[in-house]
Design a protein around this ligand. Structure first.
Ligand code: ATP
Ligand code: MG
Length: 173
């Protein structure tokens, strides 16, 4: 039987969207599948997952962001990097070289007006059949939720940050 890939979304304000995607990456690599992670918005930073990814043969990793955009005044450069990043994502999806593609923090592109949601929808629905795509980020637009097969909305019950505990190595990055 031909494998049927899916469109999966991890959204909501709680912790676990990116790390759940990385858990799925781990799982796919265990089955010798080919995986590509594309990170939007996030800039260069010492994220443990990226450092580890360099050691893994079946995993390609691209950073298509300049750092968090909230509270920034001029977003022109961020928009350009995001658009280029999405062009790369479209190429990666259409290439049929991968079993799993993670588009981390992609939801912010339509939310910030960097990219029309229709463009994302068109790219996703034209994906190769076997490919699974995981999208993460808060505020997933309804148009994406509609075309997805699996959607998890992660809510915050508590977050250490609310008690003033700063981001910690190995847990948050
Ligand atoms: P993670 O990468 O830990 O799975 P996430 O992808 O669900 O988190 P993002 O919205 O991408 O969360 O947030 C980026 C960073 O903020 C992460 O380091 C994450 O641990 C942290 N974070 C997640 N949720 C909250 C929250 N409710 N309050 C404060 N910080 C948070
Ligand atoms: Mg995240």
């Amino acid at each position: 039987m031909k494998r049927k890939g899916r469109i999966v979304i991890h959204t909501g304000d709680g912790k676990g969207k990116t790390t759940a995607a990385l858990g799925t990456v781990f799982r796919a690599l265990g089955h010798d599948q080919k995986v590509c992670v594309i990170q939007f918005i996030k800039g260069q930073g010492k994220y443990g997952e990226r450092i580890f990814a360099e050691q893994l043969d079946n995993l390609d990793w691209h950073i298509c962001g300049k750092g968090f955009v909230f509270n920034k005044e001029n977003l022109d450069e961020d928009r350009k990097v995001a658009e280029e990043g999405f062009a790369l994502a479209a190429e990666v999806i259409a290439s049929d070289r991968y079993d799993l593609v993670v588009l981390d923090e992609l939801t912010y592109l339509p939310v910030l007006g960097f990219l029309p949601v229709e463009k994302i929808v068109d790219t996703l629905i034209a994906k190769p059949q076997r490919l699974t795509i995981i999208i993460t980020g808060r505020k997933a637009p309804q148009e994406l939720i509609e075309i997805a097969d699996t959607v998890s909305d992660i809510t915050v019950v508590k977050h250490a940050f609310q008690q003033g505990i700063k981001a910690q190595k190995g847990v948050e990055f």
